[in-house]
Design a protein around this ligand. Structure first.
Ligand code: ZN
Length: 147
């Protein structure tokens, strides 16, 4: 696991770049035909509003898309999350969600989270944790089959 000591400002800049890239060119944004679960959540503190739609087959998320508006952290997190969860089972997603929470609590990038490890810097901004968590919350509701 990389530490902030070996990367310094360069690593922080790289992460910043990745977040902005996902914000400007979101992956998997748009409607999902044949979705098996759709759920929307809002973060009134920031004005974030995200809807996540999944197509789940035999307990595996085979496709996931999001729509919504909000801050760069929320949008980048949603884009990265849609990428991360493809081909994963619910229990894998739950485990990743837990690792994401731990990363936000500790501030150390977690490589098992793929590009989402770029959000480790959000740990320093507690007011933005809800923004980064929002797409996870929406996703959790969809894979549980609740609307
Ligand atoms: Zn936000």
């Amino acid at each position: 696991m990389p530490t902030s000591a070996d990367g310094g400002a360069g690593l922080a800049a790289l992460y910043q770049e990745r977040i902005l890239d996902h914000y400007r060119r979101p992956r998997h944004k748009g409607a999902l035909e044949r979705a098996t679960g759709v759920h929307s959540v809002k973060n009134p503190l920031c004005g974030d509003d995200v809807t996540v739609a999944v197509l789940e087959r035999d307990g595996v998320v085979v496709d996931a898309r999001f729509t919504g508006t909000g801050c760069s952290i929320m949008q980048a997190a949603a884009s990265m999350l849609m990428e991360l969860v493809r081909g994963r089972t619910r229990s894998e997603i739950d485990a990743l969600s837990q690792r994401f929470d731990e990363m936000l609590a500790g501030g150390e990038p977690d490589d098992s989270l793929g590009e989402m490890s770029a959000l480790a810097g959000v740990a320093a901004f507690p007011a933005r944790h809800k923004c980064a968590r929002l797409p996870w919350r929406a996703l959790a509701e969809t894979v549980d089959g609740r609307r």
